[in-house]
Ligand binder design. Sequence first.
Ligand SMILES: *Cc1c(COP(=O)(O)O)cnc(C)c1O
Length: 234
Amino acid sequence: MEIADNIAEIRLRMDEACERAGRSSDSVKLMGVSKTHPASAIREAFDAGLTLFGENKIQEAALKIPDCPDAARFHFIGHLQSNKARDAARLFAMVQGVDKLGTAIELNKRADQLARDLPILLEVNVAGEASKFGYTPATVLEDLERLMDLPRLELHGFMTIPPFAADPERARPYFRALRELRNRCEDLAGIPFPELSMGMSGDFEIAIEEGSTLVRVGTAIFGKRKFSNLKSPA
Ligand SMILES: *Cc1c(COP(=O)(O)O)cnc(C)c1O
């Protein structure tokens, strides 16, 4: 029952953050980041009402998804290499974390082969950390038109992972910067990019206050990640 309790507590804290920000509580979706956790944990979360899950390894997801409820939806939240674009387009309801035009072009081609439209989010490295993947804000503006021209990709918005900090307040400027970049892209493109995927276990309340529409919560739902989790029977 622990997973169900964790989900209930996070939903409560999400509602409170929405209230502080004057937002309606249905304006933010909760994703359970299930990477390294077995399908049995996903089923438990699903039974507690969670339907959206995030995985960051193609191979791991390909093995687990068949053992999960059909109605569970998965987003890819890892770094996508072009040679995995075909599997990503096949397995996921959305690919978050598209971080360059070349990857987008490959995803568009693979989605077209599957005769499907594929929602994507662009990952933006707002802080410019050398250790992280992601678009710089300047390159987003540069590539925006060409990304929008890819007929099988639907750009729904943006995601970011701020620099790690023990104090979640430190993440606020990065969340705000992503929202402002989104607003600028909407002005340029003349269409809405409603999705802002930001906030994790340690900082999702701050992210909601800054406009997040999708929080990606792993540890606070499923507990600590251990690689040995994967070896236990699913
Ligand atoms: C692992 C991961 C998360 C979840 O992080 P927690 O701190 O465990 O909540 C969220 N987003 C991405 C992109 C991740 O890789």
